[in-house]
Structure formats: structure tokens, C-alpha cells
Design a protein around this ligand. Structure first.
Ligand code: FAD
Length: 504
């Protein structure tokens, strides 16, 4: 039998059940990746869906995978076009009977799978889908999708106590690929319509796509640098390469399998140390897991204005405010520094993401989907479930919404950037400001500004909103919108005190 392995967000050879199944069942296997037209379309708010950072990481990952397959006497067919058409065509060209691939849970991806299955049936072939992007496979989860707990904590306890992570599969050592069709060349960024990106010298870590670089990062974070042993203490930082694992781009494109990360983490615990920090990395991987299940359970609702709770909130569609947020020109240093890091590198820390998402939705009241679309375009680690799940959560319209909760930016600045080192790193215009005012330059008197040779409004923008008043306005809007809905009863306002976080 001849088979095709359709690579999607699983650009690796290790722990690849689809490839393993194809090699077991077929005498000849052809591997393909389709650069689908939809990747390069524009989405919400007219923003391109894939920005240059992710496109570059994707091309690097494809180049690396092709090299690995060639070393095993096979190759990677790379074609551009509409997914179903390209795959059906390849099945005809190679006389394959089965297309093996891994499940994806995005709504578009599910539609494509359905169409592909129909198209293949018409030519007497079939689609075989297997699970590989999560820690747990469906049958090992101790509840059905409709019973997915609304609270992460409950989910975590259930899976921790009842589910086992299966072993990661080994990479194949040989692939039989007879009579390969035209494999196609790997396009350049320019071929795809992107400008070549220069790496910003302030970047914490240069992300290079591919399984080998992903495995090196895993090796570095655990075995070489032992950074994992203090992860819980450092993970909320924003500056530097090792405060967090930075596994996310490799996990998003599947260059790293979550099950391999898990098994290495367990091995580290057995051989070096098991502590709160090693546990916490697993804990964060469970957030990834949870949002995948949230996507599977709620489907399209995750992308709608009211979110998965169908909250009747009104959001501002103010292009100017949104643009200032995107470009890091809000006049709030902690927000701007994070947004400029994202625009200049394609990455932002988890702390930063939570702060800027809260600011857009809870201070500015701007349509959360615009923020999600900007992240989708910019993030090198964009992942549909993690991005839209986190945005639902941050906007307060997720299934776990407990009243109006927001990040108090002044408190966040004091706690996570007390010396101002992070904002100075990304906002050189504030470099000369004293630490006491670097997070609130609007508090400098004109005389102080003169002394520092700094002018608010000229060297750095005036703040777009008053941090306290804006949050009070948004809170009032929030409760008014919920008047008469079942959600009105749930939770009390904790304005000013609450620090929303993924610690539950
Ligand atoms: C508004 C918003 C949007 C986000 N969009 C994405 C996205 O598109 N892609 C993405 O991978 N992550 C997203 N995250 C989650 C998180 O910020 C990143 O996974 C993390 O910052 C990546 O850096 P790291 O690998 O060093 O994380 P670490 O802190 O080292 O965590 C290890 C791994 O755990 C997972 N993880 C950690 N936190 C979360 C979380 N809150 N939700 C889901 N998984 C998590 C990631 O796979 C991460 O690589 C988003 C968070 C927010 C608040």
C-alpha cells in the first residue's frame, strides 16, 4: 500500500504517530506540507493572519524537516495552494490509498478535514487522523468534552489524578519513498511576499525553526543551564532568554512534542531535582492542554465577539486607539515596552501578554478580537487554541469569568519591573528618567522635564487614558451589559486589588 503523510503543526520526526502508522502500514510513504492559501489571507480587522516572524520560523522548520527526511532517503513535498485540492491531487499522482495526519482542533482545520475526507472517498482513498499535539489523548481524559470543567483548577486536578501521559514515540530511522513526485522548492520569505526581517539586537533569544533547534532549547533549559529548577521564581520576568522556557514557538509548530517535553521533565526530576519549579512547568503545559479542550468544546464561539460565554458586552472599534496599542504608543510605558518588543521580535513574555491584553480590554474597552488578531499576526508562537483561549480569558468572556477582573498596571510595574530595566530596554526615550517616574512620566513636572531634557508629548506620548478612571468606566459598562443576564450574579468586583493570572 502507498500512503501520504500530511505534515501540519507537527514538523518533527520524533513522537509522530501519523508517520509511524504510515510506515507500519505502507510500503511507500510520501511526505507533504501544504503552504495553504488561507495562511496568507487577511483576517479580523483586515490584518494579515501570518506575519513575517512566524512565516520565517515556518520556512526554517520546513527546511529542517526536509533535510531530516532527505537524510532518511526520503523528501518533503512542498506545495502551495488550497489544501484539499493539493492533497487530492497528490493522492492521484502517487496512487496512494491513505493520507495520514494529526488532528487539529481549529474550526477551519476541522472543515478542511471534512472536505478532504469526502474528496478522498470519491477517489477511493481515505483520511486517517491521529492525535499528537497534546499531552493526553482523548480516551485518557477522565471526562467527556461536554463535561470539561469551567475552572482550570478543577480540570488540572482531574487529569493530574486520573490521566497518564503516554510515552513519546521514537523517530524512524528509514523511510521508504518510491518514485517521489516533483518535490517543489522551499520558498523564500520574499517568494511569500514578506520583507526579510533583520533581527533586533535587543531580542532575548533568536528563535530558529526546526526540530533540532527545538531539541537544543530543551537540552539548554533543562540539562545544560538547569534553568528549570528555578522556573517558578523567574517565570514572571520579562527580560532575558531564560526566565521562561521559550518552548512555545517549537510547540506551536510541533517541532517539539509536548510528550517529549514532559518525559524529559520527568527524567530531570528523577535524575537532578524535583521541586515546585519543575512541577510548575508541567502546570503551564496543562494550561496549553486546557485551552485545546476549550477550543474543542466551544468551537466557533471562541472566536465570536461575546466569547464562549456569549457575553453581551459592547466593545469599542476605535482604530486610532487600537493602532496606538499595536505600535506601543499608548503613553503607558509598561504596555508600550511590551508592544514594541512584540513588534520588533515576534515574542512577548506571558506576564507582558496578560498586561497588554488587560489594558486593551479593561482600560481601553477595545474589541478583544482585534487584539487577538494582532497577536495572531505578530506572534512567532501563535497557536489558535492558546491565543483565542487566553484572549477570551483576559477579556473576561471565557467560561471561567469571575466578575470584572483586570491588571492594575501601576502594581504590575512595581512588582515585575521595579528598577524600570525592562521599560528602558524597549523605550530608549525613557532611559534618562529616574526610576520613580519611569513607569509614570506624566507625573514629572515641567521643571523636572526641563532638567532631564525630556518633554512629554514630544519625546514620549501623553497617556491615552487615565489608568484609574478608564478602568472604572469599563467596569461600569461591564456590569451594565450584564444586567438581567445570569452572569450578573456571579462574582463581585475586586477592582484595584485583583491580579489576574494563570495561577488560577
Ligand atoms: C493574551 C495571550 C495570548 C497568548 N497567545 C499564545 C499563543 O498564541 N501561543 C502560545 O503558545 N501561547 C500563548 N499564550 C500563552 C503564554 O503567554 C505563552 O505560551 C508563553 O508566554 C510562551 O513562552 P514560554 O514558552 O517561555 O512559556 P513558559 O512559561 O516556559 O511555559 C511553558 C509552556 O507552557 C505553555 N503555556 C504557558 N502559559 C500558557 C498559557 N497561559 N496558555 C497556554 N499555554 C501556556 C506554553 O506551551 C509554553 O511554551 C498567550 C497568553 C496570553 C495572555
Amino acid at each position: 500500500m502507498r500512503g501520504i503523510v500530511w505534515f501540519r503543526n507537527d514538523l518533527r520526526l520524533h513522537d509522530h504517530p501519523a508517520l509511524t502508522a504510515a510506515l507500519t502500514a505502507c510500503e511507500s510513504v510520501t511526505c507533504i506540507f501544504v503552504l495553504e492559501d488561507r495562511f496568507f489571507e487577511t483576517g479580523i480587522g483586515g490584518l494579515p493572519r501570518m506575519g513575517a516572524y512566524r512565516a520565517k520560523f515556518l520556512l526554517e522548520s520546513l527546511g529542517a524537516l526536509r533535510g531530516q527526511l532527505r537524510a532518511l532517503d526520503s523528501d518533503l513535498v512542498i506545495r502551495r495552494g488550497e489544501g484539499v485540492e493539493v492533497l487530492t491531487q497528490l493522492v492521484t499522482e502517487t496512487s496512494a490509498e491513505v493520507v495520514y495526519a494529526h488532528n487539529e482542533w481549529g474550526t477551519e482545520e476541522l472543515d478542511i478535514e471534512k472536505k478532504l475526507a469526502t474528496s478522498l472517498t470519491a477517489i477511493s482513498a481515505r483520511l486517517c487522523l491521529l492525535e499528537a499535539s497534546s499531552l493526553y489523548v482523548t480516551e485518557d481524559i477522565p471526562f467527556g468534552l461536554v463535561a470539561l470543567p469551567d475552572l482550570f483548577t478543577e480540570f488540572r486536578r482531574k487529569v493530574e489524578h486520573n490521566s497518564l501521559v503516554r510515552e513519546a514515540l521514537p523517530a524512524p530511522t528509514k523511510i521508504q519513498s518510491d518514485a517521489l513526485p516533483a518535490v517543489g522548492s522551499l520558498p523564500t520569505l520574499a517568494d511569500l511576499g514578506y520583507l526579510e526581517q533583520e533581527v533586533d539586537s535587543r531580542i532575548a533569544l533568536v528563535f530558529k525553526g526546526g526540530e533540532e533547534t527545538g531539541l537544543s532549547r530543551l537540552e539548554h533549559y533543562l540539562w545544560q543551564g538547569h534553568h528549570v529548577r528555578k522556573y517558578k521564581l523567574t517565570r514572571n520576568e520579562m527580560l532575558g532568554p531564560d526566565y521562561s522556557s521559550k518552548f512555545s514557538p517549537w510547540l506551536a509548530l510541533g517541532c517539539l512534542s509536548p510528550r517529549l517535553v514532559y518525559s524529559e521533565l520527568r527524567r530531570y526530576e528523577e535524575q537532578v531535582v524535583r521541586n515546585d519549579s519543575t512541577y510548575w512547568l508541567f502546570f503551564e503545559l496543562l494550561w496549553r492542554e486546557y485551552f485545546r479542550l476549550v477550543l474543542r468544546r466551544f468551537g466557533r464561539r471562541l472566536f465570536l465577539l461575546g466569547g464562549i460565554r456569549e457575553t453581551p458586552m459592547r466593545w469599542l472599534q476605535d482604530k486610532e486607539l487600537f493602532e496606538r496599542w499595536c505600535q506601543g504608543q499608548t503613553g503607558i510605558p509598561l504596555v508600550d515596552a511590551n508592544m514594541r518588543e512584540l513588534r520588533s521580535t515576534g515574542y512577548m513574555s506571558n506576564r507582558g501578554r496578560q498586561i497588554v491584553a488587560s489594558f486593551l480590554t479593561k482600560n481601553l474597552g477595545v474589541d478583544w478580537r482585534w487584539g487577538a488578531a494582532w497577536f495572531e499576526m505578530q506572534l512567532v508562537d501563535y497557536d489558535v487554541a492558546s491565543n483565542y483561549g487566553n484572549w477570551n480569558y483576559a477579556a473576561g468572556i471565557g467560561n471561567d469569568a469571575r466578575g470584572f477582573r483586570y491588571f492594575n498596571i501601576a502594581v504590575q510595574a512595581e512588582k515585575y519591573d521595579p528598577s524600570g530595566a525592562y521599560v528602558r530596554h524597549w523605550l530608549p526615550d525613557l532611559a534618562t528618567l529616574p526610576t520613580a517616574q519611569v513607569h509614570s512620566p506624566w507625573r514629572l513636572s515641567t521643571a523636572q522635564q526641563d532638567k532631564l531634557g525630556f518633554r512629554l508629548g514630544r519625546d514620549y506620548p501623553n497617556p491615552v487614558v487615565d489608568l484609574e478612571k478608564s478602568v472604572q468606566q469599563q467596569e461600569a459598562k461591564y456590569w451594565a451589559a450584564l444586567e438581567g443576564t445570569p452572569w450578573r450574579k456571579r462574582g463581585n468586583s475586586v477592582t484595584g486589588k485583583f491580579v489576574m493570572s494563570t495561577e488560577d
